[in-house]
Design a protein around this ligand. Structure first.
Ligand SMILES: Nc1ncnc2c1ncn2[C@@H]1O[C@H](COP(=O)(O)OP(=O)(O)OP(=O)(O)O)[C@@H](O)[C@H]1O
Length: 220
């Protein structure tokens, strides 16, 4: 059973008169409960692939599914089943930690208490700062808050785009421990990172460069 599949996905962007080919015939299968790493340098195409899988961007060519649903036809259903932590800090900087959590919970018609076991470890670390504005948190704390918000509705599949970029070494280590914990809770996780050393912390990885995988991932 696969939680994510992609078949021959290509993505072209129009840049003035030029066409930028961000993804070229990318195929991928991520098993349920797997922690899968998308490793590659800036510009490799990681964000484009994640945005297609999270239904925020249409592929130019190819098909993909998440939680058994088609990313184009079933985009609304998929959005209920996934958590997405974008690369850039995505939270409301002028809202406090608690207000951000409450806001994301209300969007999904849930509460912090409903899935507390999932975010407990992270929440306990950010709780002392719950009245602080999100914009005033350290890089590590911001990431933890963003992860808590992405988990608040108990997603089946979690997408993380460079979650540890700009985060200190200790917070990075803690962050990966949290991902292991989430995996044990049964979540499937796709994480994009430019750091080679984080590849060792994943169950499987795909190495990406210039819009392609360095090895075919569909059959492994
Ligand atoms: N909206 C856009 N218009 C034109 N080109 C784009 C657009 N978005 C991305 N690109 C180009 O597509 C390629 C892949 O970008 P993408 O952001 O997917 O890579 P990435 O691996 O996530 O890198 P980064 O970490 O820098 O975001 C790059 O050459 C980028 O410049």
């Amino acid at each position: 059973m696969y939680s994510i599949t992609a078949h021959n996905i290509s993505k072209d962007y129009q840049n003035g008169k030029a066409v930028v080919s961000a993804l070229q015939d990318v195929s991928l299968q991520v098993k349920s409960g797997e922690l899968f790493g998308l490793i590659g340098p800036d510009g490799a195409g990681k964000t484009s692939l994640i945005r297609i899988l999270t239904t925020l961007l249409l592929p130019t060519k190819g098909t993909a599914s998440v939680a058994g649903l088609d990313v184009v036809k079933d985009f609304k259903k998929i959005r209920q089943k996934i958590g997405y932590m974008p690369g850039r800090f995505s939270l409301y900087q002028d809202l406090s930690v608690q207000e951000n959590l409450d806001f994301f919970a209300s969007i999904f018609n849930t509460s912090i208490e409903a899935n507390y076991h999932l975010i407990k470890d992270i929440y306990e670390q950010i709780a002392p700062f719950k009245d602080r504005k999100a914009g005033k948190l350290s890089g590590g704390m911001k990431q933890k808050l963003a992860l808590s918000c992405a988990l608040i509705h108990k997603p089946e599949v979690l997408f993380l785009d460079e979650p540890t970029t700009g985060v200190d070494v200790v917070s990075r280590k803690e962050f990966w421990q949290m991902l292991q914990h989430l995996k044990q809770e049964g979540l499937s996780i796709l994480v994009a990172t430019p750091y080679m050393d984080e590849a060792a912390l994943c169950d499987r990885v795909a190495l990406m460069q210039d819009g392609r995988f360095l090895r075919d991932q569909s059959s492994s």
